[in-house]
Design a protein around this ligand. Structure first.
Ligand code: HPA
Ligand code: ZN
Length: 331
């Protein structure tokens, strides 16, 4: 019997909470908050989900999230993600939040954090989903703004697992943020960064060497550099890979040419994730299904699920429990 990949227990480690806003939620919140959008209805909004590259997606992503205004809205956005995640075997989620994208349009820190953090706490009570929040710095905004945002993160440190780096990758190499990442490590945060999504393998090297990341988000361009693949495998630095995102943003030509399984067989700690599921055609379970169509075996799927636990920031007891759940499910 083939394995039920949707319900297979798993951790999700690369998920932008603002990328979970489904069109109906965007239109509902636009209506409630009187935010004007250049889309007449849900069909018109969905029709805009056709992207030539990362920047085209980001333009829509930032426009749509402007409908999220009150703490209740932040709660609704986040809680709706967890409902879907629970139905797709997600047992642990480390979700990205883009504080600057909200602060820069006048949302107050407490409004954003109270709504998101309440939904994270409810997800554990209601669905048993553990995890937390990783605050992402927008790399295409000034470094000075990143430093100021980091001070707010540090002042609210109990509500974050760590920091990440996202938004337009080119031409913003990781090393622009080396001092900040080193400070965050000294402060006890886990640190990650998007690298090698649209940018080159060189950005993955500097995410490792200048930022000292615990994981690389995307990282698929590692396939261009055999020495880098060797280092990732040897140092056990995980990659949080997002197959449907990569196809939607045209960083790979199609799923048949996706490097995930090549990297898996080269012993890299690759994981499967959804990135911005409302925009890219599926949640994490659908990303596993997509890779089955591209040739992934059930045994590889189970290895990927175990990798998602290994790559998480859960404590050792929680990891052991999650590994046992995967084994019990896979039989
Ligand atoms: N890449 C970079 N930044 C992002 C993404 C992504 O795929 N999604 C949301 N912010
Ligand atoms: Zn991402």
């Amino acid at each position: 019997m083939t394995l039920d990949l949707i319900r297979l227990p798993k951790a999700e480690l690369h998920l932008h909470i603002e990328g979970t806003l489904e069109p109906e939620t965007v239109l509902e919140l636009a209506d409630t908050n009187g935010v004007r959008l250049p889309f007449a209805d849900e069909d018109a909004l969905r029709a805009a989900y056709d992207f030539a590259n990362l920047q085209e997606f980001l333009d829509l992503y930032y426009a749509a999230m402007a409908t999220v205004v009150t703490a209740d809205d932040f709660y609704t956005m986040t809680a709706r993600y967890y409902e879907r995640a629970a139905a797709q075997g997600v047992r642990h989620a480390e979700i990205f939040l883009d504080p600057q994208a909200h602060l820069s349009r006048g949302v107050r820190w407490e409004v954003m954090m109270d709504g998101v953090a309440a939904a994270v706490a409810d997800a554990e009570r209601r669905h048993g989903i553990t995890g937390g929040i990783i605050a992402c710095i927008l790399r295409d905004r000034p470094v000075a703004e990143a430093l100021a945002t980091y001070e707010s993160i540090r002042a609210d440190r109990d509500r974050f697992l760590g920091i990440g780096l996202d938004s337009a990758e080119l031409p913003y190499p990781p090393e622009l943020f080396a001092d900040l990442w080193q400070q965050a490590k000294r402060d006890g945060f886990k640190v990650v960064a998007h690298a090698g999504e649209e940018g080159p393998a060189a950005y993955i090297w500097t995410a490792l060497d200048a930022l000292g990341v615990d994981r690389v988000d995307h990282g698929i361009r590692a396939v261009d550099d055999p020495a880098l693949v060797g280092v990732l495998a040897e140092r056990r630095v995980p990659l949080t890979v997002c197959p449907l995102s990569n196809v939607a943003l045209k960083t790979v030509p199609d799923l048949g040419h996706h490097p995930l399984l090549t990297l898996l067989e080269q012993d890299v700690v690759v994981t499967v994730n959804s990135d911005d599921p409302a925009y890219f055609g599926g949640y994490v379970g659908e990303n596993y299904l997509a890779m089955r169509v591209a040739g992934m075996t059930d045994a590889q799927a189970v290895r990927l699920a175990h990798h998602s636990v290994d790559a998480s920031f859960a404590d050792a007891d929680r990891k052991a429990a999650l590994h046992a759940e995967i084994d019990a499910f896979a039989g």
